[in-house]
Ligand binder design. Structure first.
Ligand code: TYD
Length: 197
């Protein structure tokens, strides 16, 4: 089973992942992973994130290359062994974030649909996705606006894209409101994962 965690920067994903690592409901051999990955593809992605002038289409393909390697090197082998995989960000991050960057820079009629289409023939969709919902102002504030993606106006567009993805596939998503204290959010994430497993 492949579970993914998604949300805007500052939504508390990392703390929830830490809580899941220690949760008794999560099997010991669960593979915890993330995108961008720690591979050299992920390294290329991080260089692009740090470059305010990076071309958005080039950046999309770097992230997508990282996803391809992540699938072949980590996700598919783990699923083939029968392990549970929990990924901190996955393809929905591309649909939502690059859907928003491309909307600003290129004349695609529907950037989100374009990004989804280039994944469709070869990706492995998640079985379930936990979406940590946070308002863009708080997200930008909490993440400290350390990179070009972390401004409230950009995160607003990213959030709209996540909403579109949820509308499109309601049965896959579990939405968790992050307005509550972090312990409560983490407890809800653990409950949701327990139910899904
Ligand atoms: P992440 O490593 O989750 O952020 P953090 O620095 O908080 O650990 O992700 C890095 C940034 O990359 C984040 O702003 C979201 C963005 N991102 C995309 O734009 N597209 C993607 O496909 C992914 C996986 C991340």
């Amino acid at each position: 089973m492949l579970l993914t965690l998604e949300g805007l920067d500052g939504s508390g994903k990392s703390s929830c992942i830490d809580a899941l690592r220690n949760a008794s409901a999560v099997p010991d051999d669960t593979v915890f992973t993330r995108e961008p990955t720690e591979s050299w593809y992920g390294e290329a992605v991080r260089r692009s994130i740090a470059d305010d002038q990076a071309d958005p289409l080039a950046e999309l393909f770097l992230y997508t290359a990282d996803h391809a390697a992540h699938l072949s090197e980590t996700v598919r082998p783990a699923l083939d062994r029968g392990d549970v995989v929990i990924s901190d960000r996955y393809s929905d991050s591309r649909f939502a974030y690059q859907g928003a960057t491309l909307a600003d820079a290129y004349e695609f009629a529907d950037p989100l649909a374009f990004v989804r289409e280039i994944h469709e023939p070869w990706t492995r969709p998640p079985d379930a996705t936990i979406y940590l919902d946070i308002d863009p102002e708080t997200a930008a504030e909490r993440s400290g606006a350390t990179n070009k993606f972390e401004t409230a106006s950009y995160l607003e567009s990213v959030r709209e894209n996540y909403e579109r993805l949820i509308d499109h596939e309601r049965e896959r998503f579990v939405r968790i409101d992050t307005a509550e204290p972090l312990e409560d959010v983490a407890a809800q994430v653990i409950d949701a994962v327990e139910t899904l497993l």
